[in-house]
Design a protein around this ligand. Sequence first.
Ligand code: GDG
Length: 491
Amino acid sequence: MQRLVIVSNRVPPPSGVAAGGLGTCILDALQDHDAVWFGWNGDLVSTESEITSACARYDRLTQITMPLTERDYREHYLGFCNAALWPVHHCRLDLARFAPGCIEGYRRVNLRFAKEVMSRLRPDDLIWVQDYHLIPLGSNLRALGARNRLGFFLHIPFPPPEVLLAVPEHLWLLNALCSYDVVGFQTNADRQNFFRFACGHLDGEPMSGNTLRIAGRIVTAVICPAGIDTHSFSEMAKSRRAAAEIERLRRVGEPLINIIGVDRLDYTKGLPERLRSFRRLLELYPQNRKATTLMQIAPPSREDVQAYAQIRQELEGLCGEINGQHGDVDWTPVRYICRNVAREALAALYRGSQVGLVTPLRDGMNLVAKEYVIAQDEEDPGVLVLSRFAGAAEDLREALIVNPYDLDEVAHAIQRAITMPREERIERHQALAVRVRERDAHNWMAEFLCALDIDRAPALSFELASARHRRAARHAWMAPRPAPAISSAVL
Ligand code: GDG
């Protein structure tokens, strides 16, 4: 049987406890599929000779993982991936650091991963590489002799070419990206930027619709927005445990109105700007004092990168300032939680909050926006306030779309959300929920694999559509709602 082989930098435990969009999306999408997942296990060793791979089976998923060396972690993970590529892709050239030697670490880890994958590859395996950490993996596999179909998905934005040109060896990197058969992007804007780079700076030649001829090869560029497993998440939000959690919050919490933000602690997520907007809300609409609380959950990530330590300090300073300036003995305006919260609790918090505040300065997609929508009570839903710079804004047009840099605009939007009549909330929520269900994690995977597996695309579409029906049926007894719409792209 043909296998799906996924390769990502980090492989999270299948319990899905890690806070991060890539892990959430893949674990949700793989629920109905046999797959092999390669990647880093999160451990570090001192020397390359200590690296050995381990294989673990969990139901239908096989994970093959390896440690990195401390040097790999410094040069590849922190140095090139997170201090160079991440800021560049999020248009933060001011934060990008191109330390000498780091790109060598990136090449080294990609080659090692490629050799490990190659040693276990079967001729008909479909290979799907994930995200910016592993762009050269495909060309390494080709050089090692792989003839398999190779796909790559970019979870983060593809920046305008003018920005990407700042990366040393950008031509090598982008040529490597073009060695995949299929490259997937979150949004139309990302794909356009990719085409602009490939045609303007490489010798790419656009062909029909979504394909490109480059260096004698054909590359297909598809748009597959990442999503979540909407069934399980909505069940989680409606569970008795969630209801008890919401009840408990109501008892301990003084305010009537809750605003929620959930983000990895990352400078791309616009957290200081969000807090300043909340402070503007209290200044512009003082009736919210003692009536409204912003709960911000921000589990720390990449703490070894300097820019992340700085953003944490800034955020903590701002929380203290706002609470000191506006709080009272019986009211804490900002509740800030700087650690990982259980996914069930998150679902309950979303459901118990009247406003979902998702205001990144730039984001590939943003799954929190989708989780917030799906967790709502359909009869009395909350309102999503969403940054125009999140990939999710391309689809979720019925949210209140804001410019996160404009503090007053965000404050007015929060006030509008708080005072929005119930009929308008229901109308907006219904439209949003349809879109989130259509663009769920299963659809994300189905659309990509259909583009990748050209020979089996019709059969694969049928299998994936059947899996969706089975899943819908499995959940039907718990969810009195009609089964979700099945996108025509899958059928
Ligand atoms: C990348 C792209 C793209 C957060 N805090 C906790 C927690 N989370 C979960 C959320 C959500 C996920 O982490 C975050 O996903 P995002 O999509 O918002 O962001 P990134 O991690 O930056 O993900 C992004 C994504 O990949 C997928 O393609 O959307 O643009 O940057 O699922 O719920 N989960 C738990 N506790 C927390 O405290 N359990």
